[in-house]
Design a protein around this ligand. Sequence first.
Ligand code: ADP
Ligand code: ZN
Length: 708
Amino acid sequence: LSGAYDYRLEPALDAKPGDFVVAPLGVNEYVGVVWGEASGEVAESRLKLVAERLDCPPLPEELRRFVDWVAAYTLSPPGAVLRMCMSVSAALDPPAGRIAYALSGDKPTRMTAARQRVLNVLADGPPRSIADIAEAAAAGPGVVRGLLEAGALKAVELPADMAYPAPQHGRPGPELSPDQSAAAARLREAVRSGAFSVTLLEGVTGAGKTEVYFEAVAAALAQGRQVLVLLPEIALSAQWLDRFEQRFGVRPVEWHSELRSTERRRAWRAVAEGGAHVVVGARSALFLPFPALGLIVVDEEHDASFKQEDGVIYNARDMAVVRASLAKIPALLVSATPSLETIANVEQGRYARLHLPERHARAAMPEIAAIDMRASPPPRGHWLSAPLHDALAETLTAGEQALLFLNRRGYAPLTLCGACGHRLECPNCSAWLVEHRLARRLQCHHCGHAMALPKTCPSCGAEDRLRACGPGVERLAEEIAASFPDARTAVMASDTLAGPRAAADLVAQVANHEIDLLIGTQIVAKGHHFPMLTLVGVVDADLGLSGGDLRAAERTYQLLTQVSGRAGRAERPGRVLLQTFSPEHPVMHALVSGDRDGFIAAEMQARRDTAMPPFGRLAALIVSGANLGSVQRVARDLGQHSPRGEGITVLGPAPAPLSLLRGRHRMRLLLKMQRGANIQQVLREWLAPIKVPNDVRLAVDVDPYSFL
Ligand code: ADP
Ligand code: ZN
C-alpha cells in the first residue's frame, strides 16, 4: 500500500501504535500495523473496524520511522518496506504452547494430488503448523484444513521455542596489540555514549578488525542491548560464526535466505522479544524488529551485495546508517578497502575513522607482482602463463597451498560455431549462454535458462563445430589437472557448492590443508583465513575493468585486494601474481606498488571532475515489460517529461545493456544531479504525470550500483 488507511479501534482491543492487528481491506482481512493517528479524511461512520490485535511485541517506533524514511528515499510504497519488517507472518503469533499437526493414521476418503503431497510431507517430517505444512507441500492452507476436518490429521501440542543462549560478553578476548586496543577503546566509548555516530574501521586484510569490533559487540551486550552484524555472504561465513562462538561461547542468531521457515520464525520472534542478542545476517536483517538495538556493524561495507536490486531497491550499508541515526546508536562500517562514498564521508568529517595499519602478529603483507600477458602469453588453449605456472610448481613443492582466482563460473563464457561464427545466446536475455561441463549443459547466468549443448549449430547446421571460448573455473581446473596431476584440487563457486554446509566443509578442508590448490570465483575472496596459503594467482586481473561501469576500477581494486589478502596470513610470507594485459592500468599499478592512497586520490578526483558519486547524485529509471512497444512508449514519455534545470542532467532513454532480461525488454534513463540536491523531489515530480500501463514496470533505483 502506498500509505496508511484509517480504521476504527475498539478501546477494548487496547491497540497502540506499532501493534500488529488484523483489519479488513476489500473483501479480505490482512495483517497490518497500527501506524498512528487517523488522517480524518474518511467519515467516522464509514470507517471499518480493526478485527483483532495479535499477541506480538509492537513494531518499535524507531523502526516505523525507518520504514517511512526508506520508503521516501527509495520512492517505494511504505507497504512494500513494511512487508520486509514482517516477512515471517507465522512469527506474529506467540509460539508458546504451539499447536502443530501430525498424521492421525486415518486415510481421507477423497484423495487429490495436493492432499497426497501434504500426507507425504507429514509422513517424512515432524508435526508443523498449518502454514508450514502448506508451504512444504506447495499446497494451500485450505487443503491442510480440509484434511484436518476429514480426520486424516490431528492436533498435537509442541513445546515453546527454545530460547537462544546469551553470549558471554564478559569472557576475555585475545590480548590486543596497542593499535587494536586503541581502536577497541574508541568503539567501546561510542557504544557506551548511547548516541548516534558512524565510524569506519579500516585496516589491511588480517589486521584483526573482526577481533576489534567484537569488543564493541561485547560492550553493547554488557549494556543489555542487541547487536546486528551485516555480512555480505552470511551463508559462506562459517569461519566467522566459529570465531564468534570462540569469543562469546555461543553461536549468534543467523538471518539469511537459506534458513528453514521454522528457524526464521523462531529468529524473528526472538528478535522482537529481545531474546536474540546478536544477529548476524544478510541485508534483509536490517528490517528486523529489534526493540533494544545498541550497535549495527556492517562488515565489508564496500561490498556490492549490500545493494538490493529488486523490489524495494536499497543499499543496506547506507540504510544501516539511517537506522542507527533513528535509533540513536553507533554504526560501524568495516573494510580493508572502503567505498569512495565512505571515504568521502570521512574526509568531510561526517564519519570517524579508526585505522589498523598492520597485520596481526607482524605477518607481512603479500608481495604483489603483475605478469604482462603480452610478453608471456600462455600456449593456445591454456590460461596460465609460464611465470604463474612456475610459481604454482614452487609453492606446491614447498608443501604450501595456492589459490587461483577467476571470477567466472562454469567451463566457458561463450560457445561459438567454428563454421559460421554464430554465438549461442539465451532466448530470454541479451546474454551468452555459459557452458557448465560438469552439469553437461549451457546456462544463462541471468535467468537460469538451461539446455543441453547442441550437436549442430542452430544457425548454419554444421556438425561438431561448436567450440568453447575463454575460460571459466571448470576449464581452469582441467588445465591444472593436466599440469599438476598430483595436486589435490578443488573448485569453489556458488554453483559448485550444494549449500552453506558444503561451503563450510570445503573451507575447513582448505584450512586443514587437505586441499593443495583451490580454484575459485569471488566467493573465495572474502574473509577466509588459510594459514598455509602462500600464493594467489589472479588468472584474469582485467576481467572487471571492461564495460565502462562507474565503479569498475574501484571494484576491481577492492576485489583484487581482498583476494590478495588470502595470501600469507600466518608465518609464511605470501605472494600474489596478477595476469594482466595492461600492467600500466592505474588499478594494477596501485596493487603492485602498494600506492593505495594515490589510487584513491586519483579516483576521487576523476569522480569530482565528472560530478559523479560521491560528488554527484544518480538515480536510474528502468522501464521493462514483455511488450517492446509499451516499454518504448513509457520510456519516450519519460524522456519527454525529463526534468530540466540548473545542475540536472538526464541521459536516455536508451536500451539497457541487458536490453532483454527474463523475456522482458528493458530501457533505461539516468538522472544526474548535484550532491545535496533533493533528487527524490525531482523524481516524484517527474514520475507523477507518467501513466504506466499494467504490462510495464517502472523501477526507480536511487544511488544505482548496476548500470546493466
Ligand atoms: P581482519 O578482519 O582485519 O581481516 P581478523 O580479525 O580476521 O582480521 O584477524 C586475522 C587473524 O589474526 C585471525 O585469525 C585473528 O583471530 C587473528 N588475530 C587478530 N588479532 C589478534 C590478537 N590480538 N590476538 C590473537 N589473534 C589475533
Ligand atoms: Zn537468460
